[in-house]
Design a protein around this ligand. Structure first.
Ligand code: NAD
Length: 274
């Protein structure tokens, strides 16, 4: 029960890494505010998490006896994010952890100058500005408490480039800049901010994540071939499991990492060590 007594907000919680983090946080005793856009997004070529998937994540978490608030929220909507925070504070009286996990991998698959301005803006708006908006909504609460842990889910794409993914790569590099700058802003108030950089994560059917197959689709490569490429490219020679990322997030959320802030922590099987 490493998170007993803590309240954690997790965005993009309907499926994938967000669901994996939600379950591990619940297992460790955290009360949860689970958020997801829970509808499809114009301009994104694949399905987003749904309201029923969000409710399913919430039900899986409640099995551990924790309190769970699950609500739709688009991280592009600052006003809605602020209202959600107010509801979370009035329900739980505090917010100890924010996991900025919501993200999209498409529109992608184009050489940089062929990206349309609207496609570029959408990617930055969700994957980078979304994390900033949620930080803006929660920051003053954590400062008043004089404690908090913000965990930004970046990617190996925040550390190295990938062909035909300039918008995603730029957004995920931006998330690392946001992490470092906000870690310095918040350090005087004992609020910590760290980034996790997952490598290529297996689409575990129990988590209903789709990102690996959507990235393969963007690149017009069969999923099995794309998986094989990353099994070879990640020196530990396997795909990352959603739980590998969730365990790292639990540690960053817990007091065990109390001296860790501004950290850029890979969970990539050694991919970026080369
Ligand atoms: P996923 O597509 O399975 O899940 C993402 C969730 O975010 C979905 O439920 C979706 O509805 C939600 N979401 C998308 N846009 C949103 C918005 N505007 N507001 C609120 N919610 C929104 O993807 P995943 O693999 O679980 O990815 C989670 C995070 O991990 C993303 O930030 C992604 O970039 C990052 N990541 C994933 C991988 C991977 O291989 N899967 C690798 C590195 C980093």
């Amino acid at each position: 029960m490493r998170l007993k007594g803590k309240v954690a907000i997790i965005t993009g919680a309907a499926r994938g890494l967000g669901r994996a983090c939600s379950i591990r946080f619940a297992e460790q005793g955290a009360d949860l505010v689970l958020l997801d856009v829970a509808r499809d997004l114009a301009g994104v070529s694949y399905k987003m998490g749904s309201e029923s998937q969000l409710n399913h994540t919430a039900a899986l978490c409640r099995q551990f006896g924790v309190a769970v608030l699950a609500e739709p929220l688009d991280v592009r909507d600052l006003l809605a994010a602020q209202k959600t925070m107010q509801r979370a504070v009035s329900r739980f009286s505090r917010i100890d952890v924010l996991v900025n996990n919501a993200g999209i991998a498409a529109p992608s698959g184009k050489i940089v100058h062929e990206i349309e301005e609207a496609e570029w803006q959408l990617m930055i708006d969700v994957d980078l500005s979304g994390a900033w908006r949620m930080t803006k909504a929660v920051g003053s609460v954590m400062i008043a408490q004089r404690c908090g842990s913000i965990i930004n889910i970046s990617s190996t794409a925040g550390s190295v480039g990938y062909r035909h993914f300039a918008g995603y790569v730029a957004a995920k590099h931006g998330v690392i800049g946001l992490t470092r700058a906000s870690a310095l802003d918040y350090a005087p108030f004992k609020v910590r901010v760290n980034a996790l950089l997952p490598g290529s994560v297996r689409d575990d059917p129990r988590m209903e994540g789709v990102m690996l197959s959507e990235i393969a689709r963007s690149l017009d490569v069969p999923v099995a071939e794309h998986e094989d490429t990353f099994v070879q490219a990640q020196p530990l020679n396997s795909l990352i499991e959603p739980d590998d990322v969730a365990h790292a997030a639990v540690w960053l959320a817990s007091d065990e990492s109390r001296q860790v802030t501004g950290g850029v922590i890979t969970v990539d099987g050694g991919f970026t060590a080369r």
